[in-house]
Design a protein around this ligand. Structure first.
Ligand code: NAG
Ligand code: NAG
Ligand code: NAG
Length: 827
């Protein structure tokens, strides 16, 4: 893991941190993932901080006020690979300072006040690849015999005020080196000194006022790439031309770079002339200041040059306006070279070559070119790449017709202009165009009506496209489409781009990219769609799944994909949003609801079967009905002559059940319930019928214990008849049927039609076989005979037992009367 340790600067600013970190590692070595970076630049430090972490591999102490370094300052940093001490006030280096830093590869001591270095301080750091000692106060070229053992050195930066041959001996043999020589303050030069150098690249900063031509002469043949900075010809540039003329066809230099030079137009042309027939293949002139007037002639015969590439960047001209042809750009347009770069030069127009040129690569970026550039220009027949970015082009139609005559044009970059296109305007692109960069313009949806038919890479990012029209030309070969930073609300429809493989739609207005588009864009391997205002609801589910599945091909997934809506998930990463299959899929949702319902039904059915729930419900219903009835009955309505709560009619066969279950459970032994029972309560001397009638009339309810036995008893039928009769005459339901055993319909003789009708019509209480149900059964029964009886008269009733008389008869009904005394005693 790469770790970066930042002490917070006094003026805490993220920008400074970023900026310094860019500087520290520019041009040198990029940190790898295993590096531990400590940055302390621009902190006004005058001492190296103590307690630096010992695992530090890169330490930046540049731009501070360090003047004195102690031998112990870096002794704990044994893993140090890069040390930047540039832009400080260091005057001296201790001989032992790098004793424990044998891993050091990059050491930047430039821009300090060093006058001398003890050579032995270098003996511990022989693995150095990069050593910058330039811009110090060395008088002579700093040299040590230790240099010869620096076998890995690739870059050496030096500066001096005096140069003598003897001081260059140690570096003369370092063949593959990039040497930087800062000679701004040169006061003495021993002729021939620099001739001994033999490097890959030599960058020399010339003295402000060059005193003699020797230096230039001496360096002209030292390296493959020669960079000359700060060169100005004040009166005459003859000595430069003289030096340049020493570069022969066979000399070593192939790239010549002039950096920061001030010359006249004539001198510039002289420079061209000097390199035109030499070994130089590439000439770069950067930061060019042109003085004097433009000469109104076409310079010289440009044919047959060794030059392949010319680059003029950032030139300014003090006096720059011409009265008529030739145009200043003609100086360049007639050149017979393949690569021409003419960037950042404020050029308003670039003239079409007067005869077929051999330009293949033309970079005219950052000028002020308008739509007229290269219109109707047929003399660029070989042009393959044309870069016109950062200019003032306005009409896409003009650009398209400009390309039509370029038969080999493959790459066109017209980004960062002001291009627009209106429907119906002319549109004729070169059919050879493969790459078209239209980014950062003002193009809208109409652009899709004017595109080169064979384009493979199309960059339309940073425009004003809100949607791709349905009817557009089909771009069969388009592989890469960049629509980032537009106003799109929907993913593009790939049906027009059947080969599309790479799609950029980040920073648009996509709320919920539809899965439909994703399906159509099947060939798309790589997509970048971050920083859109995603609405995280079910519509986005397919997109999220797709992102998760193909994470490697979704660039910047997951960190750039965040919900914007709805409000409660704003800022949540798409990958963390929970959208369950259930809540998003109607079919599944419906299935689950129905399934749950079915499950519940099944459970209920099982419960019913197992616990006989319907029975309980029926009983509860009876209970509540009875309660309600009791509430609705006026107690005064209950006949005054009622003496018993209930009269029980049963078959003799069922008497065991009646005696051991029914009566004990109704009476509960506390005497609050009076039951008319024949064995105790029948009045002697009266006929049985009389007794029965009497009993029924004086009871609040009549309970009939129904069983097959009961049905076969004649008596019972009478009893039932009486009770039924009263039921009808007084319309009070005083009848309670208890079904002791199930009675099959066929068992009921047809003459008992009243019983049949009763059983069919009335709900009866069934005697439950299961013990657990019996509590409710009794409660129900008790509730239905529960009534407040009026105080009885003190009438003594003798017990009449009819059982004796009917002993012979197996199937008799028992008529019961409860003794009044018992009743009153209890009360
Ligand atoms: C050291 O720091 C300076 C200034 O911050 C920077 O310009 C330079 O490139 C750095 N050197 C190295 C070797 O990183
Ligand atoms: C010329 O330009 C092409 C295309 O950019 C490039 O590949 C080539 O290296 C350039 N040649 C020289 C000599 O700079
Ligand atoms: C198009 O130009 C822009 C800006 O000039 C650049 O950032 C981008 O990389 C270019 N696109 C392609 C595909 O080269």
């Amino acid at each position: 893991m790469m770790k970066i340790l930042e002490s917070i600067p006094p003026i805490s600013s993220a920008f400074i941190i970023l900026f310094t970190s860019m500087l520290v590692f520019s041009n040198t070595q990029l940190p790898t993932n295993n590096d531990f970076i400590v940055k302390h630049s621009k902190r006004f430090l005058d001492r190296v901080p103590k307690n630096l972490p010992s695992e530090t591999t890169m330490l930046d102490l540049s731009e501070n006020n360090l003047s004195l370094l102690l031998s112990s300052d870096f002794s704990s940093l044994t893993k140090l690979k890069l040390l930047n001490l540039s832009y400080n006030l260091i005057r001296e280096l201790d001989a032992n300072i790098f004793r424990f830093n044998s891993k050091l590869q990059h050491l930047d001591l430039s821009h300090n006040h060093l006058k001398n270095i003890t050579c032995s301080s270098l003996q511990h750091i022989r693995g150095l690849q990069y050593l910058d000692l330039s811009s110090n106060k060395f008088e002579n070229i700093f040299h040590c015999k230790e240099f010869s053992s620096f076998l890995h050195l690739k870059y050496l930066g030096l500066s001096a005020t005096r140069i003598q041959t003897s001081y260059l001996k140690e570096i003369e043999h370092l063949g593959t080196l990039h040497i930087f020589l800062g000679l701004e303050h040169l006061s003495y030069y021993e002729p021939g000194s620099l001739q001994v150098l033999s490097t890959d690249k030599l960058h020399i900063v010339l003295p402000v006022f060059i005193q003699d031509t020797f230096i230039l002469n001496d360096i002209m043949n030292t390296s493959r790439t020669l960079e000359i900075s700060h060169f100005r010809c004040n009166k005459s540039c003859d000595y430069l031309m003289e030096s340049l003329s020493t570069i022969s066809k066979n000399s070593k230099v192939s790239t010549l770079i002039f950096n920061n030079i001030t010359v006249t137009w004539q001198d510039l042309i002289q420079i061209f002339k000097a390199v035109w027939y030499s070994s130089i293949e590439c000439l770069k002139v950067h930061h060019l200041m042109l003085v004097g007037e433009f000469p109104y002639f076409v310079p010289f015969n440009y044919a047959k040059t060794s030059l392949k590439a010319l680059s003029i960047q950032h030139s300014t001209s003090k006096i720059f306006y011409h009265r008529g042809p030739p145009h200043p750009s003609q100086t360049y347009s007639e050149m017979m070279i393949e690569n021409f770069t003419f960037v950042d030069n404020d050029m308003i127009h670039f003239i079409c070559p007067s005869k077929p040129s051999i330009f293949r690569f033309l970079n005219l970026a950052r000028n002020k070119l308008t739509d007229t550039v290269f219109q109707n220009c047929d003399n660029l027949p070989l042009l393959e790449t044309l870069i016109l970015k950062y200019n003032r082009l306005e009409k896409l139609s003009a650009v398209s017709t400009m390309t039509s005559s370029k038969k080999f044009l493959k790459h066109l970059d017209v980004s960062n202009n002001k291009l627009q296109y209106e429907n119906g305007e002319d549109c004729h692109w070169s059919e050879t165009l493969l790459t078209l960069n239209l980014s950062a313009n003002r193009l809208a949806d109409t652009t899709f009506g004017c595109l080169p038919i064979n384009v493979k890479i199309l960059d339309l990012h940073n425009n004003q496209i809100s949607h791709i029209p349905k009817t557009i030309m089909t771009l069969t070969f388009l592989e890469e489409l960049n629509l980032a930073f537009n106003w799109l609300t929907e993913l593009p429809d790939c049906s027009h781009f059947s080969s599309l493989a790479v799609l950029h739609v980040e920073n648009n207005s996509l709320h919920s990219p539809s899965s439909h588009s994703l399906q159509i864009c099947q060939k798309v391997r790589v997509i970048k769609a971050g920083n859109n205002p995603f609405r995280c609801d079910c519509d986005l589910k397919d997109f999220i799944n797709w992102g998760k599945q193909s994470a490697g091909d979704v660039i910047e997934w997951p960190e750039s994909y965040m919900c914007q809506y709805p409000e409660d998930v704003k800022g949540t990463l798409l990958k963390d949003v929970l959208l369950s299959e259930v809540s998003c899929n109607t079919a599944v949702l419906l299935g689950i609801i129905l399934g749950t319902l079915a499950g519940i039904m099944l459970c209920i059915s099982c419960l019913c079967l197992y616990f006989d729930l319907p029975w309980y419900f029926k009983m509860m219903w009876n209970w509540t009905q009875t309660k309600r009835r009791i509430r609705n009955t006026n107690p005064k309505d209950i006949q005054k002559n009622l003496v018993y709560h209930a009269f029980i009619s049963y078959s003799q066969q069922d008497s065991i059940w009646v005696k051991s279950y029914l009566i004990p459970n109704l009476e509960k032994g506390d005497g609050s319930v009076q039951i008319c029972q024949h064995e105790r309560d029948f009045v002697p001397g009266r006929s049985i019928i009389e007794n029965i009638i009497n009993c029924i009339e004086r009871s609040y309810k009549s309970i009939f214990v129904l069983s097959p036995n009961f049905i076969q008893s004649e008596w019972c039928h009478y009893e039932l008849y009486f009770a039924h009769h009263r039921l009808f005459t007084e319309s009070s339901d005083n009848l309670i049927l208890v079904l002791l055993e199930p009675i099959p319909q066929y068992l009921i003789p047809s003459k008992y039609y009243k019983l049949k009708a009763l059983m069919a019509k009335r709900t009866y209480l069934e005697w439950p076989k299961e013990k657990r149900k019996r509590g409710l059964f009794w409660a129900n029964l008790r509730e239905s005979i529960n009534v407040h009886l009026p105080k009885p008269n003190q009438e003594t009733v003798k017990v009449f037992n009819i059982n004796q008389e009917n002993d012979s008869e197996p199937n008799t009904c028992s008529l019961n009367l409860i003794e009044n005394t018992t009743y009153s005693a209890v009360l």
